[in-house]
Design a protein around this ligand. Structure first.
Ligand SMILES: [Zn+2]
Ligand SMILES: [Zn+2]
Length: 283
């Protein structure tokens, strides 16, 4: 039996479809020994996941995924080994969640004006208390009969270039990396190919404390994985990986379905100690 690792999963606490405990139990059934629950902008599922992990023999790594939208494209930063009891961190995450909610409200309003009404209450109900995201809105649009499938919503009404779309406000990629570092976590760049101009972005993030890069990902071709591994070597980053499981079969891999080398965990742990580069002061 292999030593199966999945460092990128989501639950109902953000835009996943399963309760955190169920994600852990499904992972255990698939042979996963180490699982990072990385719900967007929240650590709210960690306690539940850890309890289920204790019962099922799965080590849970407390994580979150911070999404940013900027001229760099979609830069998502995974933060590992964060502390759910860190009140200052929770304050920052709450601000991000509120922005997320506000953005979905604005999209609901746009869609209503465009002739595709969905009740905001229904979107909130679908999220079941998790931080609001486009997947919840897509589900509501599907239920209301405005699109023929959940995926079709993403391709049409709430696609990035659609009139219903509202861009996210929040952190820049560098701010996301720094936020993770300021709270003792280890940041890794998720699915790097959703970002633009990696050759310029990665050194900038590495200078701000980036420690990992998600090389192993269900949607990667072998050439994409190789390109990420080359960036990892060049900028001294730990190659990370995971399924990006949301429970709806997206992102090309089931839970534990992406091979992540066993030495990854130790390598990430070794990056917890971080000393920001010294800025020369006035003399
Ligand atoms: Zn992501
Ligand atoms: Zn994700």
């Amino acid at each position: 039996m292999g030593y199966t690792i999945d460092l990128h999963t989501h639950s109902l606490r953000s835009d996943g479809a399963q309760p955190a405990a169920e994600v852990v139990r499904s992972a255990a059934a698939r042979g996963v020994c180490v699982l990072a629950l990385a719900d967007h902008d929240t650590l709210a599922g960690i306690a539940e996941a850890s309890e289920a992990g204790g019962a099922a023999g799965v080590r849970i790594i407390a994580a979150t995924e911070l999404n940013t939208e900027s001229a760099w494209g979609d830069v998502h930063v995974l933060g590992y080994f964060l502390d759910p009891a860190d009140a200052a961190l929770e304050e920052r995450l709450r601000w991000l969640r509120e922005n997320r909610g506000r953005r979905i409200e604005l999209m609901v309003e746009n869609l209503r004006r465009l002739g595709y009404p969905v009740p905001l209450e229904r979107v909130v109900a679908i999220a079941q208390g998790g931080s609001l995201g486009r997947p919840h809105l897509a589900q509501a649009l599907f239920e209301a009969g405005h699109v023929r499938s959940y995926d079709a919503a993403f391709e049409t009404l709430i696609a990035k270039d659609a009139p219903g779309y509202v861009a996210r406000v929040g952190l820049t990629p560098v701010e996301a990396v720094r936020l993770v570092r300021e709270h003792g976590g280890v940041p890794s760049l998720a699915h790097p190919f959703t970002a633009r101009d990696l050759d310029a972005l990665v050194p900038e993030l590495a200078a701000s404390g980036l420690a990992g890069i998600e090389c192993y990902y269900g949607e990667h071709t072998p050439a994409m994985t190789a390109a990420c591994l080359a960036l990892a070597r060049r900028f001294d980053l730990v190659p990370t990986g995971g399924s990006d499981h949301h429970g709806r079969g997206e992102h090309g891999a089931p839970l534990g379905g992406v091979f992540v080398p066993p030495e990854t965990i130790g390598a990430l742990e070794a990056r917890r100690a971080y000393h920001p580069p010294q800025v020369a002061g006035p003399r």
